[in-house]
Structures are given as C-alpha cells and as structure tokens.
Design a protein around this ligand. Structure first.
Ligand code: HEC
Ligand code: HEC
Length: 251
C-alpha cells in the first residue's frame, strides 16, 4: 500500500525528472535539490571533532569509512546540502586495504576521496599519502578508548600499503594482527589521517597550504631510468623502491 502511494506521488511530483522514487527528496519536493559541479565548496572543520568522529566510525565499518565519515559526516552536519546527498557508507569497501587485500590503507583511501570531493588539487592527496609513509603512528589518543586505553608502540611504514603498515606495526609492537591492540592502533591511525586531511583542507581554505612531502631518493633516482619517461621504462610508481627491491643492481 505504501509502495503504491509513493509511486503515485512520485509520478505526479517529479514531472520530467524521474519516475523512480529512489530518494526521499524526489518524493517530498517538486524539484530535486541541485547537485553542484565538482568540486563542492568546503567549509573549515574542527580537527579534534573530526578525529573523534573518525575514530568512532572506524569501529562501526572500518578504516576507510572511518576517515570518510569523519570528514564528510562533519560537513553533512555543519554545511548540510550537498554533502547530505551522499551516503558515507559508500566508502566501506576500502577497509583492510580494499576488502582485506592489503593494498592502499583504507584510511588514506577514504581521506583522499573526501579531499578530492572538495578540491581538484591532487598535490594535497600526494601530501596526505606521502606524509603517511613517513609518520610514526599512532601518536594520538581518543578521549575514551574503545579497545585499550594504553599508549601504543609506534612504527613508520615507509609505504601506503595496508599490508606493510600493519605488519611493520605488529613487528614493532609484538601484538598480533588480530589483536585488540592492532584494531585500536588502526582506529587511532584513522583519526590521525582524517585530522591531518582536515588540517590540509583548512589550509587550502585559508590559502596557506603548501606541500612539504618530497619523494624518497630512490624514487627520483631509480625512476630516472625505470620511470614512465626513462630509457628502461615500465615502472609506474612512486612508492619507495628499495623497500621491495633492496637487492636490485647488487651484482
Ligand atoms: C642508470 C639507469 C638505472 C638506474 C638509475 C636504475 N636502474 Fe634498475 N635497471 C637498469 C637496467 C638497464 C636494467 C636491465 C633492464 C633489462 O634487462 O630489461 C635494470 C634492471 C632492474 C631490475 C630487474 C633486474 C634485477 O636486477 O632484479 C630491477 C628490479 C631494477 N632494475 C630496480 C632498480 C631500482 C630499485 C633502482 C634504484 C635503486 C634502479 N633499478 C636504478 C637501469 C637502471
Ligand atoms: C610494494 C613493493 C614494490 C615497490 C614499492 C616497487 N616495486 Fe618494483 N616490482 C615489485 C614487484 C612485485 C614486481 C614484479 C616482480 C617480478 O616481475 O618478478 C616489480 C617489478 C619491477 C621491475 C621489473 C623487474 C623485472 O624483473 O623485469 C622493475 C624494474 C621495478 N619493479 C622497479 C621499481 C622501481 C624503480 C620502484 C620505485 C619507483 C619500484 N619498483 C617499487 C614490487 C615493488
């Protein structure tokens, strides 16, 4: 009965737009709210609030959702439309380096997607990903911790890969990858990545953002020959080469 009523209203209300009552807005308004062109206008956010929100969201649906919901959820609450027009749960896929494959750290995935929604400057994405590879995580602590209130050991991954980041932390800390401490570590890391993303975005809003990350020497050196423009080209990467190719050219 409800379905029939909605169908009837939708058909009458939307005129030339859509006959599918897929969204609340289509049903309740004569004209759907306009979706602005990309990039959507950013409004400065409170870094500490975003960190706590990202930390809490991590424990709902993982790292990628944690970072995305931490940032976009805050924009939904403070700005509203158009940010309210998207379900932040769409970012859940990135957890565990994309559904557990251990590739790009999900916190970076969610944060980069949020960044790219409100900016076209990919240098800011380079900054968040590059800084991550050189940062000792976790350094931040939530007001109320979910799994353990302890200070946790830190590690530097040298890589944006979930697999490398988690494994290096497990080696440094002695905790297993399935431990509560590892989950706590990734929750705090997610908060820090979201917070740093918002610092950078706030800098963009103030006109004060400038990149500080520089590629590792190996990337510049090795890619001179192996990069897209080199004479033995085919390497399409700027992650630290020697982490995986420690023995290259040794003999
Ligand atoms: C001066 C140019 C040059 C630089 C700089 C260079 N390479 Fe190479 N590299 C070569 C050439 C030439 C080959 C042989 C290519 C072939 O046989 O197709 C090669 C082969 C390789 C191979 C495959 C063979 C092997 O030894 O395992 C790897 C991996 C490699 N390089 C990694 C690196 C890394 C990592 C760096 C930076 C630390 C680097 N290369 C810097 C020119 C260079
Ligand atoms: C996350 C690990 C990782 C990183 C970081 C990485 N590589 Fe690789 N690379 C690989 C793997 C895995 C292969 C495929 C190995 C194979 O074919 O045996 C490969 C293949 C190569 C090859 C071809 C080797 C051959 O035998 O033909 C070269 C050259 C190379 N990488 C250079 C680089 C350079 C230069 C960088 C830095 C810009 C880099 N790699 C970064 C993992 C990595």
């Amino acid at each position: 009965m409800a379905g029939a009523a909605i169908g009837g209203i939708a058909l009458g209300a939307v005129g030339g737009y859509s006959i599918l009552p897929a969204k609340e807005t289509i049903i309740t308004q004569d004209v759907p709210l306009e979706v602005p062109e990309h990039p959507w206008v950013y409004a400065k956010l409170d870094v500490d609030k975003v960190k706590e929100r990202a930390y809490a969201a991590y424990f709902e649906h993982g790292c990628s959702y944690g970072a995305f919901e931490g940032i976009i959820g805050e924009l939904q609450d403070t700005v509203g439309h158009p940010f309210t027009s998207m379900p932040t749960i769409m970012s859940k896929y990135g957890k565990g380096g994309t559904v557990g494959f251990g590739t790009l750290c999900g916190a970076l995935n969610g944060a980069s997607m949020a960044m790219n929604l409100v900016s076209t400057d990919l240098n800011m994405v380079t900054e968040i990903v590059g800084e991550y590879t050189e940062t000792a995580y976790p350094a931040w602590k939530p007001v109320v911790a979910k799994k353990t209130d302890d200070d946790l050991p830190t590690s530097v991954s040298g890589s944006p890969l979930c697999h490398v980041s988690v494994t290096k932390w497990c080696e440094a800390s002695g905790f297993g990858s399935g431990s509560n401490e590892r989950k706590e570590r990734c929750g705090r890391l997610t908060a820090e990545v979201a917070g740093r993303t918002v610092e950078i975005l706030n800098g963009m809003a103030d006109g004060t953002f400038s990149a500080v990350f520089a590629n590792p020497d190996s990337v510049t050196g090795c890619n001179g020959c192996h990069g897209d423009d080199g004479n033995v080209a085919n390497v399409h990467a700027k992650s630290d080469c020697v982490q995986c190719h420690a023995d290259a050219h040794d003999n």
